[in-house]
Design a protein around this ligand. Structure first.
Ligand SMILES: [Zn+2]
Length: 401
């Protein structure tokens, strides 16, 4: 671990590690409902110490994590494959496509990275309970990490979360509270819960270590490429925290002198849940009243981290775009048939985005990493909309078509 301070991403005020827990007290609490969080904090690592740690142990990601290794859960996250996908590239007209396959995290999604680090923090603080709102993946990740560490997970999810994700949470022994409402309702209620009844709140962006956990995916891409960044990383975006995490990972590498500049970050949203895309393209934030997409993991009306997501896109010279549910399902099938990777709809959105991008925005010969954030088995109902299960036949060879 490298020493660090928290810094407000809006007013720039800095805080000692234990002087603040969630948001900047000057900017954050009491922000208007229906708007993104204000005063999201980032951990600013001591650059000299970080360089020294990396010189001593090159490629050891623990130097980048703001919680001491002795508190890390015995739950192996990360180290997911980065694979070239020439078949998919040929189908879409791109020459150098790679997939970072975070569907292969233990609970089946990238959210394991954030849950791992927040639970490490709960262990450091002696906090027995960790609370979260989630569209499903963050909660199933939290349930799994808590199960491995003897912590209690308390989870607020919209009742429409896919059944497989709910089953994951219950199997791991979490206390699950389905909400008759949206993810945004669950988010608000979980904040009230921790304020009144205690526990460490893991809500995404609200707890700064969610961004720090998610940044490890960018660090891994850098080290897996032999110490360099790709030209672009394509990221599915709901509340904007994975995007902010990817930005933070590459930013840490720039700050400690390992990287000259950020790769371009391309944010993909579903047409029916595109508050960040609208914010980026118009400069005006307007919430989505009722997010409407089959890509449940990115169905968010009030993206908590919209401000930092916008900064990440602008600072990296990237851009945002939207895709339809129909395009997502088609891309899910194409990815599965050309690579052997079964991604959930939100993750398949990054594949759906490629045919939408003009050549002058994304060079067909550039090196592009597609971030696959969740496993397709988490929601088998979605692809069934386009598939039909074959009818059974008698168990005789003559009956086999
Ligand atoms: Zn502030």
């Amino acid at each position: 671990m490298t020493p660090f301070r928290y810094r407000c991403t809006e007013c720039g005020r800095t805080f000692a590690r234990d002087a603040v827990r969630y948001l900047c007290p000057d900017c954050g609490p009491g922000g208007p409902p229906g708007e993104p969080l204000r005063g999201v904090l980032e951990a600013v690592l001591d650059e000299t110490e970080l360089r020294r740690a990396l010189d001593a142990r090159p490629g050891d990601l623990r130097a980048f994590l703001p919680v001491e290794p002795e508190f890390h859960p015995a739950y192996p996250v990360g180290n997911t494959p980065l694979v070239a996908v020439p078949g998919l590239g040929a189908a879409l007209g791109f020459e150098r496509l790679l997939v970072k396959n975070d569907a292969l995290e233990p609970s089946g999604s990238l959210k394991d990275r954030a849950s791992f680090l927040v639970v490490a923090e709960a262990i450091r603080l002696g906090e027995p309970r960790v609370v979260t709102a989630s569209t499903g993946n963050a909660a199933s990740a939290l349930a799994a990490v808590c199960a491995a560490t003897d912590r209690e997970a308390v989870i607020f999810v919209p009742k429409t979360a896919p059944r497989a994700k709910l089953v994951q949470m219950l199997v791991h022994g979490a206390r699950v509270v389905p909400i008759d409402g949206t993810y945004d309702d669950a988010f608000r209620l979980s904040l009230e819960y921790t304020r009144e009844r205690g526990g460490l709140n893991r809500n995404t962006a609200y707890h700064p270590l969610t961004i720090e956990g998610k940044k490890t995916v960018a660090l891994e891409i850098f080290f897996q490429l032999g110490g360099r960044a790709p030209d672009a990383v394509v990221v599915p975006v709901g509340d904007g925290v994975i995007l902010a995490g990817v930005w933070k990972g590459f930013t840490d590498l720039v700050r400690c002198g390992r990287l000259d500049r950020l790769p371009r970050l391309v944010a993909v949203q579903a047409e029916g849940s595109a508050a960040i895309h609208r914010f980026v393209t118009t400069g005006i934030f307007r919430k989505v009243d009722v997010p409407d997409t089959i890509a449940d993991s990115i169905a968010v009306g009030v993206p908590s981290n919209a401000r930092l997501a916008r900064k990440a896109i602008e600072e990296s010279g990237g851009f945002s775009l939207t895709v339809s549910d129909e395009e997502i399902l088609e891309a899910q099938g194409l990815l599965a048939r050309t690579t052997g990777i079964f991604a959930e709809p939100s993750a398949a959105a990054v594949v759906a985005a490629l045919p939408r991008v003009d050549e002058d925005r994304l060079d067909r010969g550039s090196e592009i990493v597609l971030l696959v954030t969740g496993h397709g088995l988490k929601d088998v109902e979605a692809p069934l909309a386009r598939l039909s299960l074959p009818d059974p036949v008698p168990a005789t060879l003559d009956a086999v078509p």
